[in-house]
Design a protein around this ligand. Structure first.
Ligand code: FAD
Length: 486
């Protein structure tokens, strides 16, 4: 029997472990933390439950696929429901947009609130769907580093529509050209943040992302986001996967450029195959001193990080929904700060996630559990306690302006997560949320492959490698790895 180790039990590590166990591998998972899930965990304090990391759930079919690949019925492990309204958007001048999941309804809402014609928005969605259907699946579902991907009918067909992918212009430029309405442009620019990128730099191809939210939908897992990792962990246990928590791996052992095991808690373990779910940049530096870190990894720009406050709020706000955005008044300047100035803009876009809107038991009666997040630069050294206090003031000032009251009085519980704690808790280089950014045309190709030609039987999954960060892509990396492993 093939003995396989998985280093790290983020969502990609868990999904890889399940898929390989179902294929007959004897899988052992090593996790530095005391529990599984990595960024996808939750915590409860004083009657408030918070999803600690991801809050937006798209492409649930990819979770289901993990169960079907293991010959199990996903519905007996995990369930979810579709949201009619994706998000509530608020602009500083008082404009409110209820972002219906249904693209036609959204087009009507955008027309009513911003004046853009419904035809323009509908045409935009059509283009986004075409991009996704023609080329998205190639980038998302397959290894870009295997010849057979490129010599396929899918790629030949996709090439026929090359000019329509907007590879040589930015998402913002595409949006300006197609939408000619400032608020609608800002609305669609926001999708660059879905993988921690900059709308003013990311290639126009990524203007396909709105199709995921409005063409396929946004969903809410029953029991909150953590139930995604809970259900796959349960599946792993049933399939006989062994877990070692509080067990950081300190070395991947190789012999003649072939994996032969690893070292964890000062003990040597032998394995035929190792799958690494640790951020690949740290993995080279810390676990593979015998191999030179590929230059590309060192040069690639990281995705944005985040500053999150988990607030227990002693009041309910009927105008808010599960997902809410209070837009910055100067979007270009906000991204300039995140990706160029490496500092936090004084009027940040504030995202508020309130799961108690949908799961009342997540907060005490009459209260709400607020997950309040702003995008901030990955931390190459700028982030300090003083910066955090200052950023908290920016958020509170925005909330106080919006609600026309001193907002701080509603906060009765506070926890936080920042670039430093994201890095220390999950080993994500500079605390980036999604591995590397997609801010260049070559980003998808420069992202580390799911294997290395330098060491046989060593594979990589998770947000720092192909196809990138976010739950759907991490799940795809697990699928790609399970297909690559012999
Ligand atoms: P990670 O979650 O990064 O976990 C890696 C695991 O490996 C960790 O448990 C770590 O302890 C372990 N590990 C590392 N090194 C070692 C070692 N040497 N030995 C043993 N174990 C080790 N995505 C979405 O789809 N939607 C969202 O709304 C969204 N919002 C986000 C908000 C926040 C605040 C954050 C932090 C992320 C968000 N993301 C979102 C991104 C998403 O959470 C990640 O892309 C995804 O969860 C990463 O999973 P992963 O498999 O790469 O592993």
């Amino acid at each position: 029997m093939k003995k396989t180790a998985v280093i790290g039990t983020g969502i990609a590590g868990l999904a890889t472990a399940a898929r390989l166990a179902a294929k007959g591998h004897k899988v052992t998972c090593f996790e530095a933390n005391s529990t599984y899930g990595g960024k996808l965990t939750a915590f409860i304090k004083n009657g408030y439950r918070f999803d600690a990391g991801p809050s937006l759930f798209t492409m649930p079919a990819l979770v289901d696929q993990v169960f079907t690949a293991c010959q199990k019925d996903a519905r007996t492990y995990f369930n979810y429901r579709k949201k009619e309204v994706a998000c509530h958007y608020f602009f500083e001048d008082g404009t409110f947009i209820k972002a219906y999941s249904d693209p036609q309804k959204l087009a009507i809402e955008l027309h009513a609130k911003t004046g853009i014609s419904t035809q323009k928005t509908e045409a935009y969605f059509k283009k986004a769907a075409n991009k996704y259907n023609r080329v998205g699946h190639i980038f998302m579902n397959k290894s870009l580093h295997k010849a057979k991907t490129w010599f396929s009918a899918d790629v030949a067909k996709a090439l026929l529509f090359l000019p329509s992918y907007n590879l040589f212009t930015s998402m913002n430029r595409v949006n300006e050209k197609l939408l000619d309405n400032q608020k609608t442009i800002q609305y669609f620019n926001r999708y660059a943040t879905y993988n921690g990128s900059n709308p003013y730099a990311v290639p126009g191809l990524l203007a396909m992302i709105p199709h995921l939210e409005h063409g396929i939908g946004t969903f809410l897992p029953e029991g909150g986001m953590q139930s995604i990792s809970d259900s796959i962990y349960k599946l792993c246990v049933e399939l006989g996967v062994e877990f070692h928590f509080n067990t950081p791996v300190t070395e991947i052992v190789t012999d003649e450029a072939k994996v032969c095991g690893l070292v964890a808690n000062d003990r040597a373990w032998s394995f035929n195959t190792v799958v690494c779910n640790m951020d690949v940049a740290h993995a080279y530096k810390k676990l593979l001193p015998q191999v030179k870190t590929p230059k590309k990894i060192e040069q690639q720009e990281r995705s944005s990080s985040a500053l999150i406050f988990y607030w227990g709020i002693n009041k309910q706000f009927p105008e808010l929904d599960l997902h809410n955005i209070l837009f910055s008044n100067n979007y270009p300047e906000e991204f300039n700060h995140i990706f160029k100035k490496q500092s936090i803009y004084n009027d940040p876009t504030v995202y508020i996630n309130i799961t108690s809107k949908e799961i009342p038991s997540d907060a005490p009666p009459g209260c709400e559990n607020w997950f309040v997040m702003i995008n901030v630069p990955a931390n190459k050294g700028y982030f300090t306690q003083e910066i955090k206090i200052q950023a908290r003031q920016y958020i509170l000032a925005k909330l106080s302006r919006h609600f026309k009251t001193d907002f701080e009085k509603f906060i009765i519980l506070e926890e936080s997560l920042d670039p430093n704690s994201i890095e220390s808790k999950t080993s994500s280089l500079h605390g980036s949320l999604y591995g590397t950014s997609s801010n260049s045309r070559m980003a998808a190709f420069n992202r580390h492959a799911n294997f290395t030609s330098k060491i046989k039987n060593l594979y990589f999954c998770g947000g720092s490698v192909h196809p990138g960060g976010g739950i759907p892509l991490c799940l795809n990396s697990a699928k790609i790895v399970s297909e690559l492993v012999k």
